[in-house]
Design a protein. Sequence first.
Length: 422
Amino acid sequence: MKSITVGIPHVSIIAAAATIARYCSAVAMIILLVSGCASVPGRQVADAVRPEMVPNELHPDELLDVSIVVFDPGKLPDDEDERIGLSPEIRAAEARFVPTHLKYTMQQSGYWGTVRVIPRADVGSDVLVTGRIDYSDGESMVLTIEAYDSRGRQWFKKDYAETSKSHEHTGIEPQKTDVFQDLFTTIANDLVDARNQLRYDEIRNIKLIARQQFASSMAPEAFAGYLVKDDQGYWQLVRLPAENDPMMERIEAVRSRDDMLVDIINGHYDAYYRDLWQPYSEWRRSRRDEVAAMRKLEREALGRQLLGIAAIVGGIAIGMDSDNIDRSGVLTDVLILGGAAAVYSGFEKRKETEINKDVIAELGESFQSEASPLLLEVQGETIRLTGTAEERYGQWRKILREIHFQETGMTPVSQSEQVTPQ
Protein backbone atom coordinates (compact mmCIF):
# COMPACT_ATOMS: atom_id res chain seq x y z
CA MET A 1 0.00 0.00 0.00
CA LYS A 2 1.34 3.41 -0.91
CA SER A 3 2.18 5.47 2.15
CA ILE A 4 0.96 9.02 2.55
CA THR A 5 3.68 11.58 3.08
CA VAL A 6 3.24 14.79 5.00
CA GLY A 7 3.79 17.77 2.75
CA ILE A 8 2.33 20.94 1.34
CA PRO A 9 -0.98 19.32 0.36
CA HIS A 10 -1.64 18.47 4.01
CA VAL A 11 -0.76 21.99 5.02
CA SER A 12 -3.47 23.09 2.60
CA ILE A 13 -5.92 20.75 4.32
CA ILE A 14 -4.98 22.21 7.70
CA ALA A 15 -5.42 25.73 6.33
CA ALA A 16 -8.81 24.78 4.93
CA ALA A 17 -9.77 23.30 8.28
CA ALA A 18 -8.76 26.53 9.98
CA THR A 19 -10.90 28.45 7.52
CA ILE A 20 -13.85 26.19 8.32
CA ALA A 21 -13.28 26.70 12.05
CA ARG A 22 -13.28 30.47 11.64
CA TYR A 23 -16.45 30.27 9.56
CA CYS A 24 -18.14 28.04 12.15
CA SER A 25 -17.24 30.49 14.91
CA ALA A 26 -18.63 33.45 12.98
CA VAL A 27 -21.85 31.64 12.11
CA ALA A 28 -22.26 30.50 15.71
CA MET A 29 -22.07 34.12 16.85
CA ILE A 30 -24.65 35.14 14.25
CA ILE A 31 -26.97 32.36 15.40
CA LEU A 32 -26.64 33.59 18.98
CA LEU A 33 -27.49 37.11 17.87
CA VAL A 34 -30.52 35.95 15.90
CA SER A 35 -31.81 33.80 18.75
CA GLY A 36 -31.25 36.56 21.28
CA CYS A 37 -33.06 39.38 19.52
CA ALA A 38 -36.32 38.71 21.39
CA SER A 39 -35.31 41.08 24.17
CA VAL A 40 -35.11 44.83 23.82
CA PRO A 41 -33.19 47.41 25.84
CA GLY A 42 -34.90 49.40 28.57
CA ARG A 43 -36.35 48.94 32.00
CA GLN A 44 -37.95 45.51 31.67
CA VAL A 45 -41.09 45.43 33.78
CA ALA A 46 -41.82 42.54 36.13
CA ASP A 47 -44.26 39.74 35.34
CA ALA A 48 -47.77 39.55 36.80
CA VAL A 49 -47.69 43.08 38.21
CA ARG A 50 -50.47 43.72 40.73
CA PRO A 51 -52.28 47.05 40.28
CA GLU A 52 -52.30 49.61 43.10
CA MET A 53 -55.91 49.98 44.22
CA VAL A 54 -57.27 52.65 46.56
CA PRO A 55 -58.10 51.03 49.94
CA ASN A 56 -60.94 53.43 50.69
CA GLU A 57 -62.91 55.79 48.48
CA LEU A 58 -61.24 59.20 48.31
CA HIS A 59 -62.94 62.54 48.83
CA PRO A 60 -63.44 64.47 45.55
CA ASP A 61 -61.00 67.14 46.79
CA GLU A 62 -58.29 64.45 46.86
CA LEU A 63 -58.83 63.37 43.27
CA LEU A 64 -56.51 64.87 40.68
CA ASP A 65 -57.68 65.03 37.07
CA VAL A 66 -55.22 63.58 34.57
CA SER A 67 -54.67 64.50 30.92
CA ILE A 68 -52.73 62.00 28.82
CA VAL A 69 -51.39 63.54 25.63
CA VAL A 70 -51.51 61.44 22.45
CA PHE A 71 -48.10 59.80 22.37
CA ASP A 72 -45.19 60.74 20.16
CA PRO A 73 -45.03 57.82 17.67
CA GLY A 74 -41.25 57.97 17.65
CA LYS A 75 -39.09 56.76 14.77
CA LEU A 76 -39.05 53.42 13.02
CA PRO A 77 -35.83 51.38 13.34
CA ASP A 78 -32.99 52.40 11.05
CA ASP A 79 -32.22 48.78 10.22
CA GLU A 80 -34.16 47.68 7.13
CA ASP A 81 -34.76 44.16 8.45
CA GLU A 82 -36.15 45.49 11.74
CA ARG A 83 -38.43 47.84 9.79
CA ILE A 84 -40.03 45.05 7.76
CA GLY A 85 -43.71 44.78 8.63
CA LEU A 86 -43.77 48.12 10.47
CA SER A 87 -45.12 51.38 9.10
CA PRO A 88 -45.81 54.99 10.11
CA GLU A 89 -49.53 54.16 9.93
CA ILE A 90 -49.18 51.47 12.60
CA ARG A 91 -47.16 53.78 14.83
CA ALA A 92 -49.78 56.52 14.43
CA ALA A 93 -52.44 54.01 15.48
CA GLU A 94 -50.36 52.95 18.48
CA ALA A 95 -49.81 56.59 19.47
CA ARG A 96 -53.57 56.81 20.12
CA PHE A 97 -54.20 53.25 21.25
CA VAL A 98 -51.52 53.13 23.98
CA PRO A 99 -52.55 56.29 25.93
CA THR A 100 -56.20 55.22 25.69
CA HIS A 101 -55.47 51.85 27.26
CA LEU A 102 -53.31 53.55 29.89
CA LYS A 103 -56.34 55.72 30.68
CA TYR A 104 -58.49 52.66 31.30
CA THR A 105 -55.79 51.10 33.49
CA MET A 106 -55.49 54.26 35.59
CA GLN A 107 -59.25 54.62 36.00
CA GLN A 108 -59.49 51.20 37.62
CA SER A 109 -57.23 52.24 40.53
CA GLY A 110 -59.72 54.67 42.09
CA TYR A 111 -56.97 57.21 42.82
CA TRP A 112 -57.89 59.69 40.09
CA GLY A 113 -60.66 62.05 39.11
CA THR A 114 -61.28 62.40 35.39
CA VAL A 115 -58.66 60.71 33.21
CA ARG A 116 -58.80 61.77 29.58
CA VAL A 117 -56.72 61.57 26.44
CA ILE A 118 -56.08 64.95 24.82
CA PRO A 119 -54.68 65.67 21.35
CA ARG A 120 -51.87 67.93 22.58
CA ALA A 121 -50.43 69.42 25.75
CA ASP A 122 -52.42 72.39 26.98
CA VAL A 123 -52.93 74.41 30.14
CA GLY A 124 -55.42 73.58 32.84
CA SER A 125 -54.51 69.97 33.64
CA ASP A 126 -53.95 68.90 37.24
CA VAL A 127 -51.56 66.22 36.01
CA LEU A 128 -50.13 65.95 32.50
CA VAL A 129 -48.73 62.65 31.21
CA THR A 130 -46.74 62.48 27.98
CA GLY A 131 -45.19 59.50 26.25
CA ARG A 132 -43.00 58.44 23.35
CA ILE A 133 -42.93 55.07 21.61
CA ASP A 134 -39.24 54.24 21.46
CA TYR A 135 -39.72 50.74 20.06
CA SER A 136 -42.68 48.62 19.04
CA ASP A 137 -42.75 45.62 16.74
CA GLY A 138 -45.83 43.74 17.94
CA GLU A 139 -43.73 41.46 20.12
CA SER A 140 -41.91 44.06 22.22
CA MET A 141 -42.64 47.62 23.29
CA VAL A 142 -40.49 50.34 24.85
CA LEU A 143 -42.02 53.60 26.10
CA THR A 144 -40.64 56.77 27.65
CA ILE A 145 -43.15 58.30 30.06
CA GLU A 146 -43.06 61.72 31.74
CA ALA A 147 -45.50 63.11 34.30
CA TYR A 148 -45.88 66.69 35.57
CA ASP A 149 -48.38 68.46 37.77
CA SER A 150 -49.80 71.95 37.21
CA ARG A 151 -47.01 73.50 39.28
CA GLY A 152 -44.57 72.37 36.62
CA ARG A 153 -42.96 69.82 38.93
CA GLN A 154 -41.85 66.67 37.19
CA TRP A 155 -43.07 63.55 38.94
CA PHE A 156 -40.81 61.25 36.96
CA LYS A 157 -39.36 60.39 33.57
CA LYS A 158 -38.86 56.68 33.04
CA ASP A 159 -38.38 54.07 30.36
CA TYR A 160 -40.57 50.98 30.34
CA ALA A 161 -40.00 47.86 28.25
CA GLU A 162 -41.77 44.53 27.87
CA THR A 163 -41.38 41.59 25.53
CA SER A 164 -44.62 39.65 25.31
CA LYS A 165 -44.91 35.93 25.87
CA SER A 166 -47.05 33.68 23.71
CA HIS A 167 -49.67 33.08 26.44
CA GLU A 168 -50.12 36.85 26.87
CA HIS A 169 -51.68 37.05 23.41
CA THR A 170 -54.64 35.01 24.65
CA GLY A 171 -57.17 36.06 27.25
CA ILE A 172 -56.87 39.74 26.37
CA GLU A 173 -59.88 41.98 26.85
CA PRO A 174 -60.55 45.58 25.73
CA GLN A 175 -60.19 48.19 28.50
CA LYS A 176 -58.93 45.55 30.95
CA THR A 177 -56.13 43.27 29.79
CA ASP A 178 -53.68 44.06 27.01
CA VAL A 179 -50.78 42.00 25.68
CA PHE A 180 -48.46 44.44 27.47
CA GLN A 181 -50.64 44.78 30.57
CA ASP A 182 -47.67 44.45 32.93
CA LEU A 183 -46.16 47.51 31.26
CA PHE A 184 -49.38 49.53 31.56
CA THR A 185 -49.93 48.48 35.18
CA THR A 186 -46.35 49.40 36.09
CA ILE A 187 -46.79 52.90 34.64
CA ALA A 188 -50.13 53.32 36.43
CA ASN A 189 -48.59 52.15 39.72
CA ASP A 190 -45.70 54.61 39.37
CA LEU A 191 -48.19 57.44 38.89
CA VAL A 192 -50.10 56.34 41.99
CA ASP A 193 -46.86 56.17 43.98
CA ALA A 194 -45.95 59.71 42.89
CA ARG A 195 -49.43 60.96 43.77
CA ASN A 196 -49.30 59.32 47.21
CA GLN A 197 -46.18 61.29 48.09
CA LEU A 198 -48.21 64.52 48.00
CA ARG A 199 -49.73 66.11 51.06
CA TYR A 200 -53.38 67.15 51.02
CA ASP A 201 -52.46 70.85 50.81
CA GLU A 202 -50.23 70.12 47.80
CA ILE A 203 -53.07 68.32 46.02
CA ARG A 204 -55.40 71.24 46.70
CA ASN A 205 -52.77 73.69 45.45
CA ILE A 206 -52.26 71.69 42.24
CA LYS A 207 -55.99 71.82 41.52
CA LEU A 208 -56.21 75.58 42.19
CA ILE A 209 -53.19 76.34 40.01
CA ALA A 210 -54.63 74.29 37.13
CA ARG A 211 -57.92 76.18 37.40
CA GLN A 212 -56.13 79.51 37.39
CA GLN A 213 -53.89 78.53 34.49
CA PHE A 214 -56.92 77.91 32.30
CA ALA A 215 -58.43 81.25 33.37
CA SER A 216 -55.19 83.08 32.61
CA SER A 217 -54.96 81.43 29.19
CA MET A 218 -58.43 82.72 28.32
CA ALA A 219 -58.24 86.16 29.94
CA PRO A 220 -54.62 87.06 30.72
CA GLU A 221 -55.40 90.73 31.26
CA ALA A 222 -58.08 90.02 33.84
CA PHE A 223 -55.99 87.49 35.74
CA ALA A 224 -52.52 88.99 35.41
CA GLY A 225 -50.50 88.58 38.59
CA TYR A 226 -52.47 85.67 39.99
CA LEU A 227 -49.72 83.22 39.07
CA VAL A 228 -45.95 83.66 39.28
CA LYS A 229 -42.96 81.38 38.93
CA ASP A 230 -40.60 80.93 41.86
CA ASP A 231 -36.81 80.76 41.71
CA GLN A 232 -36.97 77.11 40.66
CA GLY A 233 -39.37 77.83 37.81
CA TYR A 234 -42.45 76.33 39.47
CA TRP A 235 -45.85 78.01 39.35
CA GLN A 236 -47.21 79.51 42.57
CA LEU A 237 -50.54 81.10 43.41
CA VAL A 238 -50.20 84.69 44.58
CA ARG A 239 -53.90 85.21 45.12
CA LEU A 240 -57.30 83.83 44.16
CA PRO A 241 -60.26 85.56 42.47
CA ALA A 242 -63.14 86.60 44.70
CA GLU A 243 -65.70 83.88 45.33
CA ASN A 244 -68.35 85.52 43.12
CA ASP A 245 -66.01 87.08 40.58
CA PRO A 246 -68.15 87.55 37.41
CA MET A 247 -65.12 87.13 35.15
CA MET A 248 -64.29 83.82 36.80
CA GLU A 249 -67.89 82.70 36.38
CA ARG A 250 -67.60 83.35 32.63
CA ILE A 251 -64.35 81.40 32.58
CA GLU A 252 -66.04 78.47 34.30
CA ALA A 253 -68.71 78.53 31.59
CA VAL A 254 -65.97 78.49 28.95
CA ARG A 255 -64.29 75.62 30.81
CA SER A 256 -67.52 73.64 30.69
CA ARG A 257 -67.65 74.09 26.91
CA ASP A 258 -64.04 73.01 26.65
CA ASP A 259 -64.74 69.92 28.73
CA MET A 260 -67.64 69.15 26.41
CA LEU A 261 -65.38 68.97 23.37
CA VAL A 262 -62.69 67.04 25.22
CA ASP A 263 -65.34 64.50 26.19
CA ILE A 264 -66.47 64.28 22.56
CA ILE A 265 -62.88 63.81 21.40
CA ASN A 266 -62.39 61.13 24.06
CA GLY A 267 -65.47 59.43 22.71
CA HIS A 268 -63.77 59.33 19.31
CA TYR A 269 -60.57 57.96 20.85
CA ASP A 270 -62.61 55.32 22.69
CA ALA A 271 -64.40 54.32 19.49
CA TYR A 272 -61.09 54.24 17.60
CA TYR A 273 -59.62 52.07 20.36
CA ARG A 274 -62.54 49.63 20.17
CA ASP A 275 -62.41 49.45 16.36
CA LEU A 276 -58.65 48.99 16.46
CA TRP A 277 -58.61 46.32 19.15
CA GLN A 278 -59.33 43.29 16.95
CA PRO A 279 -57.11 44.04 13.92
CA TYR A 280 -54.31 45.40 16.12
CA SER A 281 -54.41 42.35 18.41
CA GLU A 282 -54.32 40.06 15.38
CA TRP A 283 -51.45 42.06 13.89
CA ARG A 284 -49.43 41.77 17.10
CA ARG A 285 -50.13 38.05 17.40
CA SER A 286 -49.25 37.45 13.75
CA ARG A 287 -46.21 39.67 14.06
CA ARG A 288 -44.95 37.65 17.02
CA ASP A 289 -45.55 34.37 15.16
CA GLU A 290 -43.82 35.69 12.06
CA VAL A 291 -40.82 36.96 14.03
CA ALA A 292 -40.52 33.57 15.74
CA ALA A 293 -40.73 31.85 12.35
CA MET A 294 -38.09 34.19 10.96
CA ARG A 295 -35.71 33.35 13.79
CA LYS A 296 -36.21 29.64 13.23
CA LEU A 297 -35.70 29.93 9.49
CA GLU A 298 -32.66 32.15 9.94
CA ARG A 299 -31.10 29.55 12.22
CA GLU A 300 -31.93 26.74 9.80
CA ALA A 301 -30.62 28.73 6.85
CA LEU A 302 -27.38 29.56 8.63
CA GLY A 303 -26.96 25.95 9.71
CA ARG A 304 -27.53 24.62 6.22
CA GLN A 305 -25.09 27.11 4.71
CA LEU A 306 -22.52 26.33 7.40
CA LEU A 307 -22.63 22.62 6.58
CA GLY A 308 -22.70 23.31 2.87
CA ILE A 309 -19.71 25.64 2.77
CA ALA A 310 -17.81 23.34 5.11
CA ALA A 311 -18.42 20.49 2.68
CA ILE A 312 -17.29 22.59 -0.28
CA VAL A 313 -14.12 23.72 1.48
CA GLY A 314 -13.49 20.14 2.63
CA GLY A 315 -13.93 18.80 -0.87
CA ILE A 316 -11.54 21.37 -2.31
CA ALA A 317 -9.00 20.59 0.41
CA ILE A 318 -9.14 16.85 -0.31
CA GLY A 319 -8.71 17.58 -3.99
CA MET A 320 -5.46 19.39 -3.23
CA ASP A 321 -3.81 16.14 -2.14
CA SER A 322 -2.20 14.98 -5.39
CA ASP A 323 -1.13 11.66 -3.85
CA ASN A 324 -4.77 10.72 -3.34
CA ILE A 325 -6.28 12.39 -6.37
CA ASP A 326 -7.59 9.16 -7.86
CA ARG A 327 -9.16 7.92 -4.67
CA SER A 328 -10.50 11.30 -3.61
CA GLY A 329 -11.99 12.35 -6.92
CA VAL A 330 -15.39 10.84 -6.34
CA LEU A 331 -15.50 12.00 -2.70
CA THR A 332 -14.44 15.50 -3.74
CA ASP A 333 -17.23 15.72 -6.30
CA VAL A 334 -19.77 14.45 -3.79
CA LEU A 335 -18.71 16.95 -1.12
CA ILE A 336 -18.63 19.93 -3.47
CA LEU A 337 -21.93 19.10 -5.15
CA GLY A 338 -23.57 18.17 -1.85
CA GLY A 339 -22.25 21.33 -0.23
CA ALA A 340 -23.58 23.47 -3.06
CA ALA A 341 -26.97 21.82 -2.66
CA ALA A 342 -26.95 22.59 1.06
CA VAL A 343 -26.04 26.22 0.42
CA TYR A 344 -28.82 26.46 -2.18
CA SER A 345 -31.25 24.94 0.32
CA GLY A 346 -30.17 27.58 2.84
CA PHE A 347 -30.86 30.37 0.39
CA GLU A 348 -34.25 28.83 -0.39
CA LYS A 349 -35.01 28.99 3.32
CA ARG A 350 -34.06 32.66 3.25
CA LYS A 351 -36.58 33.16 0.43
CA GLU A 352 -39.20 31.57 2.67
CA THR A 353 -38.23 34.04 5.39
CA GLU A 354 -38.75 36.93 2.98
CA ILE A 355 -42.24 35.63 2.20
CA ASN A 356 -43.07 35.73 5.92
CA LYS A 357 -41.70 39.25 6.13
CA ASP A 358 -43.93 40.28 3.22
CA VAL A 359 -46.94 38.90 5.09
CA ILE A 360 -46.05 41.10 8.06
CA ALA A 361 -45.75 44.13 5.77
CA GLU A 362 -49.21 43.48 4.34
CA LEU A 363 -50.69 43.47 7.86
CA GLY A 364 -49.63 47.07 8.34
CA GLU A 365 -51.80 48.53 5.58
CA SER A 366 -55.15 48.55 7.42
CA PHE A 367 -54.54 51.35 9.93
CA GLN A 368 -55.83 54.41 8.09
CA SER A 369 -59.06 56.25 8.80
CA GLU A 370 -60.66 59.54 7.81
CA ALA A 371 -62.54 61.66 10.33
CA SER A 372 -65.87 63.23 9.36
CA PRO A 373 -66.57 66.88 10.29
CA LEU A 374 -67.75 67.51 13.85
CA LEU A 375 -70.74 69.83 14.33
CA LEU A 376 -71.25 71.61 17.67
CA GLU A 377 -73.88 74.11 18.71
CA VAL A 378 -72.71 77.03 20.84
CA GLN A 379 -75.04 79.92 21.74
CA GLY A 380 -77.45 78.95 18.98
CA GLU A 381 -74.72 78.86 16.35
CA THR A 382 -73.55 75.65 14.67
CA ILE A 383 -69.78 75.34 14.58
CA ARG A 384 -68.09 72.98 12.14
CA LEU A 385 -64.75 71.45 13.13
CA THR A 386 -62.72 69.53 10.57
CA GLY A 387 -59.45 67.68 10.35
CA THR A 388 -57.76 65.42 12.87
CA ALA A 389 -58.59 65.44 16.57
CA GLU A 390 -55.48 67.54 17.13
CA GLU A 391 -56.58 70.10 14.54
CA ARG A 392 -60.14 70.18 15.87
CA TYR A 393 -58.89 70.77 19.40
CA GLY A 394 -56.83 73.75 18.23
CA GLN A 395 -59.79 75.16 16.29
CA TRP A 396 -62.05 74.74 19.32
CA ARG A 397 -59.70 76.51 21.72
CA LYS A 398 -59.44 79.41 19.28
CA ILE A 399 -63.23 79.60 18.97
CA LEU A 400 -63.66 79.56 22.76
CA ARG A 401 -61.30 82.51 23.11
CA GLU A 402 -63.14 84.42 20.40
CA ILE A 403 -66.48 83.80 22.14
CA HIS A 404 -65.04 84.95 25.44
CA PHE A 405 -63.60 88.10 23.86
CA GLN A 406 -66.95 88.88 22.24
CA GLU A 407 -68.73 88.50 25.57
CA THR A 408 -66.26 90.63 27.52
CA GLY A 409 -65.08 93.06 24.86
CA MET A 410 -61.47 92.24 25.69
CA THR A 411 -58.67 92.17 23.12
CA PRO A 412 -57.69 88.70 21.85
CA VAL A 413 -54.35 87.45 23.13
CA SER A 414 -51.71 85.79 21.02
CA GLN A 415 -50.58 82.25 21.78
CA SER A 416 -47.14 83.51 22.85
CA GLU A 417 -48.64 85.66 25.60
CA GLN A 418 -50.57 82.83 27.24
CA VAL A 419 -49.50 80.83 30.27
CA THR A 420 -47.47 77.97 28.87
CA PRO A 421 -48.43 74.41 29.76
CA GLN A 422 -46.37 72.37 32.18
